[in-house]
Design a protein around this ligand. Structure first.
Ligand code: ZN
Length: 664
């Protein structure tokens, strides 16, 4: 297991490096990520490469048993590059080049930028291919925006559209350009949409898809060099999970050996880190395999204002939460808070004064715990019975036209994911292309874009025994972002047993009365489908003179499975808890340990082992009843009956092999 920090030796005098490396070794760290913003240091003038400084730093680290991941440094171009090749700067939607001096400000289509990026990558790869300290590479840094609107990108978009649609007639039909008289007669006439909320929805969706395509191509030009020159090194990228808004993470991950994630769940409040749990599940889902944490909370975070300092136990808990979701290696951002630059307030394990104090000690203790667990965790991953479909086409279609005010695919997903978290049940977050057949239950939140092939697969999934949950606006769009010309929910009507002839968005509140398997009183907000059940049964109705004629939630038996439909947004977590309890009961999904509020349970399995992580996200000690007997892998004690977790405490429990039929 690799545990360590993001380290910037170029920020400190060379005399300091040995001290830093000694403290890293003392803490049990064995890896650093380096150099992802060091292009200027590597190539201070065009074509002159200087690697001696990093060679020395790597030797200092390696002599303490610390290996290195190198970032290709293309997220920040040196100033000489900008001044000599101004066309490499990304252009905004007003035709203005971005002003050099921040980061992530370059055009991924610019021939000069691609050539210079490939050249620095090639020079680094050639120089470090056989350096014994180097084990792998991170491409660039947090690929996402900005979206470049330059002429080169638009011409590239036109070529891409030509290949995708085949003919201008096909494109006109796909986008519905008869509306507002927007038909094109040649691809060369097509421009970028200035914004996503006024232009043709088909144009906007393809523009975002093309931004991913450009970014994937830019990354591939580096990956190709790294594969060629460094065949023994891994190649990864540090994703931002849901923070990747403009780039489809599933597509960007295809070229990589595994995905990595940057995760910062501690800000100013003290909320339960639902999103960090989902971030882990999404990152595991990018490649359907375990992942790395390449950056994580080491102190207060922020560029201008910063958040709170993690309380004792929280730095450790953040790390264990990710390991519980399938991370096998952990890197903190950063080693030491920098005294200069825009990230002065993005604090490290060490403060500006460089003293190894509380946060350093906690990370070191965490590293020792994780090293102790490494052999037990080997061969294990999260195996979930439940999947949530996360579809970038739908995410973007909703961003282009939310339908109802404030609609957002990530929020829609989180309503179900957080309910599964509270239920103590693991979830896979997968793309719409994933094979769903092995899952007992599948949630398809805000799946607006529903190509017929996907609808057919979802119907077959239910027919063969799966439990599907769909919700508001499912299937409203084709893959080119036209509205389907069918009564909603279109091809899913048979599986869901409903039709929706009318619907509307609002800012009102309607009482909802649940019944049978969905007991409780809830509040409908934002949106209502006026659902006509065909074969489905109603699980909840509106307490309203008109809407009372329509169910708010339905359940339909279809083949060997069941289709649930949620025709509104509920204001209460208790609604989603009740719904997920009904779905899990029907699908035969159960938690190993039912967590009390604020506690998270996640299970890793494999190699005949079942390892249960129990995390207390609250600042109160808590006792958790457990049904089975376990070995506590951190304390080496046998536990049964209940476990006691300190505030922000963590337990890692190995199930005894005789328990649970079929799992031993
Ligand atoms: Zn461009």
């Amino acid at each position: 297991m690799y545990i360590g920090v993001d380290y910037y030796p170029e920020h400190w005098p060379e005399e300091r490096w040995a001290y830093d490396a000694d403290r890293m070794r003392d803490a049990g760290f064995n890896v650093v990520r380096l150099a992802e913003f060091a292009w200027q240091r590597f190539e201070p003038v065009e074509g002159r490469f200087e690697f001696e400084w990093l060679d020395k730093a790597l030797a200092t680290l390696k002599s303490r048993g610390i290996s290195a991941i190198l970032g290709t440094p293309t997220a920040v171009a040196p100033v000489w590059l900008d001044r000599k090749y101004p066309e490499t700067a990304a252009e905004n939607n007003q035709g203005r080049r971005l002003t050099w001096g921040v980061r992530k400000a370059n055009c991924p289509t610019s021939p000069a930028y691609r050539l210079l990026s490939e050249r620095i990558t090639r020079a680094m790869a050639a120089h470090y291919a056989s350096n014994p300290a180097v084990i792998g590479w991170q491409t660039d840094n947090e690929f996402d925006g900005p979206i470049c609107y330059c002429h080169g990108c638009v011409v590239d978009f036109q070529d891409w559209l030509h290949k995708r649609h085949g003919s201008i007639e096909a494109l006109n039909a796909a986008w519905g350009t008869h509306f507002w008289g927007h038909a094109y007669s040649a691809f060369a006439e097509i421009g970028a949409p200035e914004n996503l909320d006024h232009y043709n929805p088909g144009l906007c969706l393809d523009w975002l898809r093309h931004h991913t395509w450009r970014t994937v191509r830019f990354q591939h030009e580096q990956v190709r060099v790294l594969r060629e020159l460094c065949p023994n090194h891994f190649v990864t990228h540090n994703f931002m999970a849901f923070g990747n808004r403009d780039v489809n993470g599933f597509e960007l991950a295809r070229d990589l050996d595994f995905a990595s994630v940057d995760v910062y769940p501690i800000w100013s409040d003290q909320s339960i880190p639902y999103e960090a749990a989902a971030a882990g599940d999404l990152t595991r889902g990018l490649k359907r395999k375990n992942y790395w944490v390449m950056e994580s909370t080491a102190g207060p975070c922020g560029w201008g204002a910063f958040g709170r300092d993690p309380f004792p136990g929280e730095i450790r808990k953040v790390a264990f939460q990710q390991v519980a979701h399938g991370s096998d290696n952990h890197v903190w951002f950063r080693w030491r808070a920098c005294t200069a630059g825009r990230e002065q307030y993005w604090h490290g394990l060490l403060g500006h004064d460089g003293k190894p104090l509380r946060r350093y000690a906690e990370a070191g203790a965490t590293a020792r715990d994780l090293h102790k667990l490494a052999s037990k965790l080997a061969g294990t991953t999260v195996r979930a019975d439940v999947a949530i479909v996360f579809d970038y086409d739908s995410r973007w279609a909703v961003r282009i036209q939310p339908g109802y005010d404030g609609n957002d695919v990530q929020q829609a997903l989180m309503r179900y994911h957080a309910a599964a978290f509270r239920a103590g049940v693991n979830v896979d977050i997968v793309s719409a292309q994933a094979d769903l057949s092995a899952y007992k239950a599948v949630f398809a939140p805000d799946l607006h874009v529903l190509p017929d092939a996907l609808a057919t697969r979802l119907c077959a999934y239910v027919e063969n025994g799966g439990v599907l949950v769909a919700d508001c606006r499912t299937g409203v769009k084709t893959e080119t972002n036209l509205c389907h010309d069918r009564t909603l929910p279109g091809l899913l009507s048979a599986a869901l047993g409903i039709e929706i002839e009318e619907y509307g968005a609002h800012s009102l509140e309607y009482p909802v009365i649940g019944k049978e398997r969905l007991p409780g009183s809830f509040t409908s907000i934002k949106y209502n489908d006026w659902i006509t059940p065909k074969t489905a049964a109603s699980l909840a109705t509106y307490d309203h003179w008109h809407l009372g004629a329509y169910p708010a939630v339905t359940r339909n038996t279809y083949g060997k499975g069941a289709g649930y439909y949620v025709g509104t947004v509920a204001n209460e977590d208790s609604f989603y808890d009740a719904l997920i309890a009904a779905v899990f009961a029907e699908a035969g999904v159960a938690a190993r340990i039912s967590p009390p509020p604020g506690v998270e349970v996640s299970v890793r399995e494999g190699d005949g082992k079942t390892i249960v992580f129990v995390l207390n996200h609250t600042d109160q000690p808590i006792e958790i009843p457990i049904a089975d007997s376990y070995g506590d892998l951190l304390s080496d004690a046998d536990v049964s009956g209940s476990i006691q977790l300190d505030r922000f405490g963590v337990a890692v429990l190995e199930e005894r092999p005789t328990k649970r039929d079929g799992r031993a």
